[in-house]
Design a protein around this ligand. Structure first.
Ligand SMILES: [Zn+2]
Length: 230
């Protein structure tokens, strides 16, 4: 086991908050197969995730979801090279272009050598697949783009197991700080996008922010109101 702290959300779903940037990595697992949602900034972080998934679940990572093109969500991806990847075309473009990812990561204090190692190993998916359904033995994962918000291409992963629903929201929802609004964001569209996120997860859904503690539907609605009132 690594030193990462895992939080169990349902029988088939767990997540950790990576120490660097407090970014969420999600795992959905059942009967030998696992879906990983986002993968951290460095190969070191992603390798720790891979070790823990194997030891905690006994599952192989068969699918990877990259919610959007920010460095802290994507740079660890080469560790899961064998997995089928869901991402938007903007993610593959960023992984090809590289320099913007690098400068952004360094601006946030990432280790330059670690960033260069990850970029050297980068394997942008040949085809960007931003929508899809992964059916595991006891859970279904639906990947979709609910609309523009934090970026123009954010994906969410909605996990249902017949009992609970968990929504991995990427950075459309943040709990440990205010939502990150920058020149790539669409603040006008974001509130309606969050309403669609809540519609996907339902009132009793468990909502996992890209950064911060797990929240409920009311929190997501409040964040939509805050964004609408800015
Ligand atoms: Zn982001």
């Amino acid at each position: 086991m690594s030193e990462l702290v895992w939080e169990r959300l349902t029988r088939h779903v767990m997540r950790c908050r990576l120490p660097f940037c407090d970014v969420t990595v999600g795992v959905v697992h059942s009967d030998g197969a696992a879906v990983v949602i986002d993968c951290g900034t460095t190969l070191t972080e992603a390798r720790a995730v891979a070790v823990d998934v194997s030891e905690l679940t006994g599952c192989a990572v068969t699918h990877l979801v990259l919610t959007h093109h920010h460095f802290d969500h994507v740079l660890g991806h080469p560790v899961f090279d064998g997995a089928q990847t869901f991402c938007s075309p903007e993610v593959t473009a960023a992984l090809h272009e590289r320099e913007w990812l690098r400068s952004d990561a360094l601006r946030y204090g990432a280790d330059p050598q670690e960033v260069d190692d990850a970029l050297t190993a980068a394997v942008p998916p040949a085809v960007a697949v931003p929508y899809g359904t992964v059916e595991l033995a006891g859970a279904v994962v639906r990947i979709s783009h609910p609309g523009r918000g934090h970026t123009g291409h954010d994906l969410i992963a909605v996990v249902t197991d017949g009992q609970d629903t968990v929504v991995f929201c990427g950075d459309l929802v943040e709990e440990s700080g205010e939502p990150c609004v920058d020149e790539q964001s669409d603040p006008a569209a974001w509130p309606a996008t969050l309403q669609r996120v809540v519609a996907a997860g339902g009132e009793s859904g468990i909502y996992v922010p890209g950064h911060g503690a797990v929240v409920d539907a009311a929190f997501v609605r409040r964040q939509a109101q805050w964004l609408a009132g800015r």
